[in-house]
Design a protein around this ligand. Structure first.
Ligand SMILES: *Cc1c(COP(=O)(O)O)cnc(C)c1O
Length: 349
């Protein structure tokens, strides 16, 4: 089998949710953000496992993703859609009981006219300038809208991973100004906001990346191993080059292993000549360029040719690899390709 194996530890993800739930403090509900196929890891198994751990509210980016979560969980848990109520989504929102977070006056009008009485929340823009109803618009519609019973008023922090950034306090103040006195449930914090402390928690927190073992949740339990099979090995003489563009040249007799994964599988080409793969605790340098389906690794120092090497695991968590590629854990996770076999690990209940 020439596909890599992505092993996903569902118990670790559930434990990370519980840890973030404890950090969210008593009286604060902890949701789970499972957009983008649960950050690339597979939403069906992950949503079920988080529901079993106690999560009752799930956030997705789009209604289509909400449909997949409803399929996985059945009726009951709330599924909130961050992009709100888009034209063409009305039937899906109704039939699958999704809860759109309305982002604009246009969406508010569409929702109240097409699905009166159907649950919704409102996303407010407190300074990120990406999604949400802005201050002046909100002041105009809030008096009417609050009586129609939004289930949640929410906003999102732009710089929560930088605790000292002045925008955090500014967004917190704007959120208070927009929502104090409404008596409605409120949510401001994702993973980074949970770590900023209780002033940011309000009634509901919405962690995503911290569930899957990514920064800024430093205490997260790593949840992933990505093992890539060795397809072939070859001896390379000093002076011979490996891969496209001859960017790596052997300076000693070398044993090079060719492994089955490349940039088509989400391993950024910027890892060329930078990352390590791991044989247990022994690092092996990735040599030459990452190509579409293959990478080449120097295994000269290993006592025998391994069946596979790990590019993600305890010795190289997601953020370490992302850092080497010049990106962030979020991007690396969500790029992990569909060709990997996803294997889920879970202690029997
Ligand atoms: C993605 C997202 C989250 C989750 O963020 P993490 O940093 O992954 O915890 C929460 N809220 C909104 C609005 C988001 O877009």
């Amino acid at each position: 089998m020439a596909t890599g194996t992505l092993t996903i530890d569902l118990d670790a993800i559930a434990a990370n949710w519980r840890a973030l739930d404890r950090m969210s403090g008593p009286g604060v509900q902890t949701a789970a953000v499972v957009k983008a196929d649960a950050y690339g890891l597979g939403v069906t198994r992950i949503a079920r496992s988080l529901a079993a751990a106690g999560a009752r509210r799930f956030f997705v980016a789009q209604s289509e993703e909400g449909a997949a979560v409803r399929q996985a969980l059945g009726p009951g848990p709330q599924i909130a859609v961050l992009s709100g109520h888009m034209a063409g989504d009305t039937e899906m929102i109704h039939d699958l009981d999704l809860t759109p977070m309305l982002n604009s006056l246009e969406q508010i009008t569409r929702h109240l006219e097409s699905l009166p009485g159907h649950p919704f929340g409102v996303q407010l823009d407190t300074g990120m300038n990406r999604l949400g109803v802005e201050m002046l618009e909100w002041q105009a519609v809030a008096p009417i809208l609050i009586d129609t019973g939004p289930e949640l008023l929410m906003s999102h922090l732009a710089c929560a991973d930088e605790p000292d950034h002045p925008l955090n306090e500014a967004q917190l103040a704007a959120f208070h100004k927009m929502t104090d006195g409404t008596g409605l449930p409120r949510s401001l914090a994702a993973t980074g906001g949970i770590l900023l402390g209780p002033r940011y928690h309000f009634d509901l927190t919405r962690p995503g990346v911290g569930l899957y073992g990514g920064l800024p949740h430093e205490a997260a339990i790593p949840a992933l191993t990505l093992s890539l099979p060795v397809i072939q090995t070859r001896e390379v003489a000093p002076g011979e080059a490996v891969g496209y563009g001859c960017t790596w040249v052997a300076d000693r007799p070398s044993l090079i292993a060719t492994l089955a994964a490349g940039y088509a599988d989400g391993l950024p080409r910027t890892l060329s000549n930078k990352a390590h793969l791991w044989d247990g605790d022994t690092p092996c340098p990735l040599v030459g360029r990452v190509s579409m389906d293959l990478i080449t690794v120097d295994i000269t120092h290993l006592p025998e040719v391994p069946k596979s090497l790990d590019i993600l695991g305890p010795n190289q968590p997601v953020d370490a690899l992302a850092d080497m590629a010049g990106t962030i854990g979020y991007e690396l996770l969500t790029a992990l390709g569909p060709r990997y076999t996803r294997r889920y690990q879970e202690r029997p209940a």
